[in-house]
Structures are given as C-alpha cells and as structure tokens.
Design a protein around this ligand. Structure first.
Ligand code: COD
Length: 299
C-alpha cells in the first residue's frame, strides 16, 4: 500500500517511459515539473503551444529542448488542447497534460464525441493528498470535472476512485460521503445521496470498498471528533476516499488543503482513453511531478 506520494515516482520509474502531450505548454511550473520527470526518465514530453514562449521559459529554467518535439500553434490555448488531444488519439502520446489552458477548454476537447478521448466510462478527477495532519494518503473526488453529479454519477465517481486505490494497493478503501452534517436532512441533497450510496454498497452494487456517511469533514478524518459526536463507523476518522458533494465544495477543500493544510497532491482525470494530468495552476512543482508520476503509473 502506498504511504507516501514520492513512492509514485519510484513506481513510475519501474514502468515504461510515457510520452506526455502537453496542451499549451508555455507554463513555467508545468515545464519545471516535466524537466524533473524527464530527468528521472519517467516521461518524454511532446509540447503543444507557443514555441517562442516555450523556448524562452525552457532557457530560463535550463531545460534543454534537444530531442523534444514542439508543435507550434501560435498561441490559441483551446486549439492547443485540441491538437494535444489529437496527438493522443493518433497514438503519439500515452498521457495528456494541462498547461496554460483553462480546465474547461481542455475538457471540452477531451469529451468531444468525434475527436475526444471518451470511453464508455464517466470521466472523473481523483486527487490523492498527503497531509501532515492525516495518518495516510487519501483521495478527494471530484473537485475538477463533474460539476453537480447526480446519484448515478456519484456511483461512477466512487468506482473510479476505488479502482485507482486498488491499483495503489489500498485494498478495501473506506469511502466517506461528505456533507455538512452527519444526520440526514431532506433539504441537504448530499445527506440523502449518502444514505443511498451506503445502501448500494451494502447491496453489493458498489463493490470493493466500504461506504459510509453522511459525514462532516471532521468526522471523516478525525476519530476523536467522530467519538465526541457519537458516530461509530470504521470509516470515520480513517477514510481513504472523500466523496465531495459537488465541484464547489470539493474544489474549496482541495485549495484549502494546499494553501492552509500544507498538503501535497497527485491529481489526474481517469476514465478517458489515457490518464489526464490536471492540476491547478497554483499547485507547486512537486505536486505536478507527483501527478505526472501517478498518470504514468496508471497508463
Ligand atoms: N464523463 C464523460 N462524458 C462527459 C462528462 C464526463 N465526466 N462530462 C460531460 N460529458 C459529455 C456529455 O455527456 C456530453 O455528451 C458532452 O460531454 C458535453 O458535455 P456538456 O453538455 O456538459 O458540455 P460542456 O462541454 O459545456 O461541459 C463539459 C465540461 C467537462 C467542460 C464541464 O463539465 C465543465 O466545465 N466542468 C468543470 C471544469 C472546471 O471549470 N473545473 C474547474 C476546477 S479546476
């Protein structure tokens, strides 16, 4: 079982080298992370974007572009996303990575029916965190793609996260369905969803994990809080996956962990034909490197 995000790098180094197509690669943090991933032998970058800007940043950070393909598109980030996606579709790349392009523009290219990277699965974002205040790696999902998932989508979001946990040798992940309270309130949809998801887990519809909730975040991550609030559950205080009620709650939690919680993250979108490295522009290089390594492990 993975205990530290740096283990992702060791795992990725043991696997085949992946070609990563980067959409709008003219981004310093992205190029720094790729420089390190290239040095470690994990990836071969295929950069799509504004060539003069890419070369300027590369020179500033001492990243040699020798042997690295740059597809120049002139500066339109959405077009860059479409070109990077086409490189993956054409079999030239094993991973897609977001550069200086909005998540929306990148994902529109990804979900395009004719030209995108869709499979029969729902695509969802998984973010694996390492925090100094928690005793193990944990996943928060979905903070970046599915805006207001309904019940059926939440089932698939859980299943996607559980599959990645299994891949990382987290055998029977404990899933906390997050809400504002631990008691069911018909006016709070997340609490109603939690009850149904728990029942579906008991009925064997959601497999390979233990689902419980609704849990406020303190109960999900802290046994003492659970005890003091009278919540008895093997998931409380020991969860591996936190299912966010929607993108807003999830995204705020993600950013709070990074900026206020001293956490590091490895984040990708799964369910497409290839893993997609999708980190926030404000994530540090280490988080971007871990995300590349996670994608390389999952390809
Ligand atoms: N998995 C599979 N197919 C999907 C998914 C998904 N998660 N989401 C949408 N689709 C399919 C739809 O079924 C449809 O056929 C097509 O894609 C278009 O979807 P729409 O109608 O929702 O259209 P879009 O293009 O406006 O939205 C798709 C996005 C993924 C871009 C949208 O959901 C979005 O903007 N998500 C949030 C991105 C974001 O801003 N994140 C910020 C935090 S980093």
């Amino acid at each position: 079982m993975i205990r530290d995000l740096s283990e992702l790098i060791a795992r990725a180094k043991n696997g085949p080298k992946s070609v990563v197509a980067v959409a709008a690669a003219e981004d310093r943090h992205v190029l720094e992370a790729l420089q390190e991933a290239t040095r470690l032998g994990i990836v071969q970058p295929l950069l799509v974007g504004n060539r003069p800007e890419i070369e300027k940043i590369a020179q500033a950070i001492g990243f040699s572009m020798e042997g690295i393909e740059i597809v120049d598109h002139g500066g339109d980030a959405a077009a860059s996303a479409r070109i990077a996606v086409s490189k993956v579709r054409g079999g030239e790349a094993d991973i897609l990575m977001k550069g200086r392009v909005t998540t929306g523009d990148l994902l529109k290219a990804v979900v395009d029916r004719e030209e995108g990277l869709r499979t029969k699965q729902l695509l969802s974002h998984v973010a694996f965190f390492q925090s100094p205040y928690y005793h193990k790696i944990f996943c928060v999902t979905d903070v970046a793609m599915n805006i207001a998932p309904d019940m059926e989508e939440k089932v698939q979001i859980i299943q996607n996260a559980v599959s990645v946990c299994h891949f990382l040798d987290i055998q029977t992940p404990k899933v906390a369905v997050a809400a504002a309270v631990e008691k069911v309130n018909p006016k709070m949809e997340a609490t109603l969803h939690a009850v149904q998801l728990k029942q579906m887990n008991h009925a064997g519809v959601i497999e390979g994990c233990i689902v419980d909730g609704p849990f406020a975040i303190d109960i999900a991550v802290n046994r003492e809080s659970a005890r003091s609030k009278g919540v008895t559950s093997e998931v409380a205080g020991d969860c591996d996956i936190i299912l966010a009620p929607d993108i807003e709650a999830g995204n705020m939690f993600y950013k709070a962990l990074n900026f206020l919680g001293g956490a590091t993250v490895a984040a990708v979108i799964v369910g497409a034909t290839v893993p997609i490295v999708l980190t926030s522009r404000s994530d540090d290089e280490r988080s971007k490197l871990f995300s590349i390594a996670l994608a390389a492990c999952l390809r």
